[in-house]
Design a protein around this ligand. Structure first.
Ligand SMILES: [Mg+2]
Ligand SMILES: [Zn+2]
Length: 306
């Protein structure tokens, strides 16, 4: 069966690009990346990683290290219910110091060699395939191969958002959008009104502290808006696991994943984290005690729900 492919760059799209990443313990996921892979799995894409690894040609690490890191990535994803179908890497660089890899090749992006290789290895529906990368060379490789290239910036987007925003009308996108909208409304409003409530309580402590709280509230709304996608997918994942435990049929699972009632426990935890941040930002011990008491109330509420 022909499947469309989601070609993903690795460093800077799936994992944080610390520069020549190769040690498994330095795998730090980009926010939302595992969820994005799972979404692509569910939507029927072949998920194929296409990565330049010039560190091999430069003698920083060997090919075995690349394969070890990729295998570690696969294991970590499997634990989160997500799967990469294939990895392709280019070990070359024209200015390399390791002789056998110091060549001008066709696989190093912006050349399309790895994409061509993958298309030869797998039955892919290229008309509906796309590539997500964080560099111009990624997008150039996509163009050279005549598929859509999507530029991704981890500082302003979640990886999940980038996947969701590639608008080809497949069902996975619609489901993700619905989850996203619910979470935005639920979490931002919830946290915002709670902080306002706290502001009222602290009003007698003086204008300076009130200002600090206002500032913190604004930061939290921004942070929440930024992280909402990650949060909702975590919640959906928890629901899914619980459902598997209880042997709930799959068709009911989809509904449960989007049910705000199920998402609520996670939102409570999120608010607790926010409250602690307020406590840290505002500092006076009295206020921190209030924050901690609220956190304890929330813990108790969570336990009751479970
Ligand atoms: Mg990259
Ligand atoms: Zn190459």
């Amino acid at each position: 069966m022909m499947r469309p492919a989601a070609f993903l760059d690795r460093d800077g799209v799936l994992n944080v690009d610390h520069g020549y990443v190769h040690r498994p313990e330095t795998l730090d996921w980009i926010a939302g990346a595992p969820e994005a892979v799972r979404l692509l799995n569910d939507a029927g894409y072949a998920v194929i990683v296409i990565t330049n690894q010039a560190g091999v040609a430069r003698g920083y690490f060997d090919e075995a290290a690349v394969r070890r890191f990729n295998a570690h990535m696969l294991d970590a994803l499997a634990a989160m219910g997500a799967r990469i179908d294939a990895f392709y890497y280019c070990p070359h660089h024209p200015q390399g110091t390791v002789k056998e890899f110091a060549i001008t090749c066709r696989c190093r992006k912006p050349m399309p060699g790895m994409l061509e290789q993958a298309a030869g290895d797998w039955p892919l529906d290229l008309a509906h395939s796309f590539l997500i990368g964080d560099k111009d060379s990624d997008i150039a490789a996509a163009q050279a191969f005549n598929i859509r290239g999507i530029k991704f910036d981890a500082r302003t987007q979640s990886a999940f958002g980038a996947v969701r925003d590639q608008d080809d009308g497949r069902p996975g996108r619609q489901r993700a959008q619905a989850l996203d909208d619910r979470m935005l409304a639920h979490d931002v409003d919830g946290a915002g009104s709670f902080v306002e409530h706290q502001q009222a309580r602290f009003a007698q402590d003086g204008a300076r502290q009130r200002d600090a709280l206002t500032l913190a509230a604004g930061d939290q709304r921004a942070a929440l808006a930024h992280h909402r996608v990650e949060a909702v997918l975590h919640a959906a994942h928890q629901v899914r696991r619980a459902s598997e435990r209880e042997r709930i049929p799959h068709r009911l699972l989809a509904r449960a994943g989007a049910d705000p009632g199920e998402i609520a426990p996670h939102a409570v935890v999120e608010q607790e984290r926010i409250l602690r941040n307020v406590g840290d930002a505002v500092a006076p011990a009295g206020q921190r005690r209030v924050v901690e008491r609220h956190a304890a109330d929330r813990d108790a509420a969570l336990l009751r729900r479970e």
